[in-house]
Design a protein around this ligand. Sequence first.
Ligand code: NDP
Ligand code: 2IT
Length: 461
Amino acid sequence: MSTIEATLKTDNQKIANQYLEKVYNATEQRNPHEPEFLQAVNEIVDSLAPVLAHHPQYMESGILERLLEPEKVISFRVPWVDDQGEIQVNRGYRVQFNSALGPYKGGLRFHPTVNQSIVKFLGFEQIFKNSLTGQPIGGGKGGSDFNPKGKSDMEMMRFCQSFMTELYKHIGPETDVPAGDVGVSAKEIGYMFGQYKKLRGAFEAGVLTGKGLEYGGSLARTEATGYGLVYFVREMLKDKGLDFKGHTVIVSGSGNVSIYAMEKAAEYGAKVVACSDSDGCIYDENGIDLDTVKELKETGDERISSYIDKHPNAQYLEDCSNIWSIPCDIALPCATQNEIDEETAKTLLDNGVKAVGEGANMPSTQEALNLFVENNVLYGPAKAANAGGVAVSALEMAQNGSKLMWTFDEVDEKLKGIMKNIYQNSMQAASDYGSPGNLVVGANIAGFLKVADAMKAQGVI
Ligand code: NDP
Ligand code: 2IT
């Protein structure tokens, strides 16, 4: 590189850094009470300097300023009547973040911790994740502070119907396509689909994904996020001459993502020794018996502590964060945001962790993430590693649109291909922009570039 080129490069980088700082500060001022959203923004902003230094046109067309402001935020009252005849009121949300690549797409979360910051961080992440899948889907997310725990089936149905009575005005197969997330499984999707159909007076299968197989669901959607995570981590390991076989794996959570991550990791020869719920975790040194976990958590509504009743040799530890003190080679956080902080990351490193693959959205704090990257742990960031769920949701939309139903193997093969592409494209972007092997930077850049180009092409809207 000539001296002039090197100076230009440094100057461009300085300009890019100053610009990013200005944009981040403005976002912080505009959203002062949204720490999770700002955390997600900070991680992206941290990755983009080399892109903006190479392509100043993205700064000129205000891509980032527009990307950081959701196209629309909908917040609404969800009144419902409980089994005692008492009126309950919850708050519902849908954040329609970005539609540059296709209809808004992303799940609905029902959990008492849901607020605007959480829904915005999830919706923001979804833009880049969906871009990485290569499917024609924009980014959105929604949910409610409703707590599904302990609710009867009829309460669940009444809540879902009330939620959809407002949401249906804002969604549709070509506008916005919700799906499940924490607390929303095929059962809740079914109740919401029924209400949407009744209100619209039409069977529009492509309005929701994660549906039951009888009425437009896709085979392998249930398994997609967990299987996709393991396919992604397998690519990371393969590049270093490693494999799941013979390795000890820990998977936090015991919900949809965790169960199918455990299933695929075990199928690939790993020994999965621990999983958890929000109360505590179980450690079974012989390997977790997944049938028991499925019985407790998929069919039943029980606590993971009951695992011990069937497996008295296993141990139950109160406090779910204890799961990360158990030594493992591969850690797959699949429960919730910020479950791995700096201290936890240190413990994992001290225990010799080789790879971390994120099934949950933003499970590592910025400090934890930095530690993993600095210590050269193989690290698969959420937007890349857990994109299999939404990718198969897009395949469900494609099947609905063509009125066809593909076999399990067809969908699973496509999922494997998509996860491999995400890995390769992220690695490539990391190399192209000066951080070889860094999947955080690579996934952020690869996801950003496609959205930025589509936004630029579509003008200032
Ligand atoms: P589920 O509702 O099926 O399961 C969630 C699991 O995580 C449960 O074991 C739950 O325990 C535990 N959990 C939830 N919140 C907390 C918390 N605050 N503290 C500790 N544990 C908690 O959800 P999913 O498996 O679908 O989702 C898990 C993660 O994966 C989320 O981050 C989600 O956003 C992400 N994800 C999900 C996708 C999907 O397709 N479903 C796709 C991509 C990402 P308990 O039963 O005690 O509440
Ligand atoms: O976080 C996620 O990617 C999801 N919850 C899945 C979204 C979807 O539309 O399938």
